[in-house]
Design a protein around this ligand. Structure first.
Ligand code: KG4
Ligand code: ZN
Length: 339
């Protein structure tokens, strides 16, 4: 099966071609530079940019895969959740292509695609589910922080999610507060490497509460007050690095503790993690250490497939089409689709 997948849920225009699990191409055009000056994604600008980029990105993906439109067996696109206008561009273009080719179409849940992205690995990359095992899975990104129990392939149950800000949003908003460019997550990661994570003891919201939900808004507020009380602190680069390392330590400790605790409670032997924030070096390291200590296998999404990309949409689409699922061609976008 040769499949074209399209992802336009937020600020990345992406197209990928997949043949029998092999990722033949995965082109990602990021809009970060466009939204930079606004300190966050501007939905209307994102929509227009997708409109502008989608055809060249798709052509590039087909060209890199050495596949022609006529050879495609199926088309997939992100149906939700995401920004309404942004989703509309990718979904309707994919439906139109499927209609004109008379090929099956499938709309994919963006978070569900993140969920299975840790099973894409290797060089060249392949979506390989042969070692698939029930797991507890952390999806942690700019728009979502979700803990999921994956009982079997394509069968999962949400254990908890953030009650307010997502972890990536917390990185980005705190970054904005201390003068870092958007998105601040990678910059905080970089600055933290030479900072002291114990310099400030910021709160670990909901870490020791019994449920699997998260909350990060309180941490952001606590950093805001701290910076207001110490206005000259950030004049010294060492203080900035210490502050970043302390913020990162708080976010990472909550994510790691709650994930491991859920895995132990549910008796699974595997933890997986995906989404943009899983690019964070401290989170990767500390999940590895904690899983080793708890005797759990760990599968982290490869950095190439942790931020938004169409390869993960295509990998899940192929599994779903093979399992007999497809989507009617007049599908609506699902901006708030629950996992
Ligand atoms: O999955 P993604 O590309 O888009 C969403 O679906 O949100 O994730 C983007 C988020 C941003 O909040 C960004 O700051 C964060 O992932 N991020 C990181 C790192 N790399 C990306 N956060 C912390 N450390 C990183 N290294
Ligand atoms: Zn995402």
């Amino acid at each position: 099966m040769i499949l074209l997948a399209i992802e336009t849920s937020c600020d990345e225009t992406s197209a990928a071609v997949i043949r029998d699990g092999r990722i033949l191409s995965n082109i990602v055009s990021s809009q970060i530079a466009l939204h930079h000056e606004y300190g966050g994604v501007v939905p209307e600008l994102a929509t227009r940019e997708h409109l502008h980029n989608l055809v060249p990105v798709t052509e590039q993906a087909l060209h890199a895969a050495e596949v022609t439109v006529g050879e495609l067996d199926a088309i997939a696109a992100t149906q939700g959740p995401g920004l309404a206008g942004a989703l509309l561009i990718g979904l309707k273009a994919a439906e139109a292509l499927a209609f004109s080719l008379r090929k099956p179409f499938i709309g994919i849940h963006h978070h569900e695609a993140h969920l299975y992205s840790p099973w894409i690995s290797g060089d060249p990359p392949v979506a390989d589910f042969t070692d698939f095992t029930p797991s507890v899975s952390l999806i942690v990104s700019g728009g979502h922080t979700i803990l999921v129990q994956v009982k079997a392939e394509l069968k999962h149950e949400v254990l908890g999610s953030t009650l307010d800000d997502a972890a990536g949003e917390c990185f980005d908003k705190i970054g904005k507060l201390i003068g870092l460019p958007y998105p601040a997550g990678p910059e905080i990661d970089r600055l933290s490497r030479e900072g002291n994570p114990k310099a400030h003891n910021f709160p670990r919201p909901m870490m020791n509460e019994p449920g699997d939900d998260f909350s990060f808004a309180g941490l952001k507020t606590s950093v805001r007050y701290f910076v207001q009380k110490n206005p000259t602190l950030l004049d010294d680069p060492k203080n900035l690095r210490d502050l970043c390392a302390s913020v990162q330590a708080a976010i990472v400790e909550v994510l790691v503790k709650k994930t491991i605790r859920a895995a132990e409670r549910l008796g699974v032997d595997c933890v997986t993690a995906s989404g943009g924030v899983i690019g964070n070096s401290a989170l990767r390291e500390q999940l590895a250490v904690a899983c080793k200590k708890a005797g759990l296998k760990l599968r982290l999404a490869d950095r190439k497939f942790s931020t938004d990309n169409a390869a993960m949409i295509g990998a899940l689409a192929e599994r779903k089409l093979r399992a007999g699922f497809s989507t009617a061609l007049d599908a609506e976008i699902e901006p708030s689709w629950a996992l």
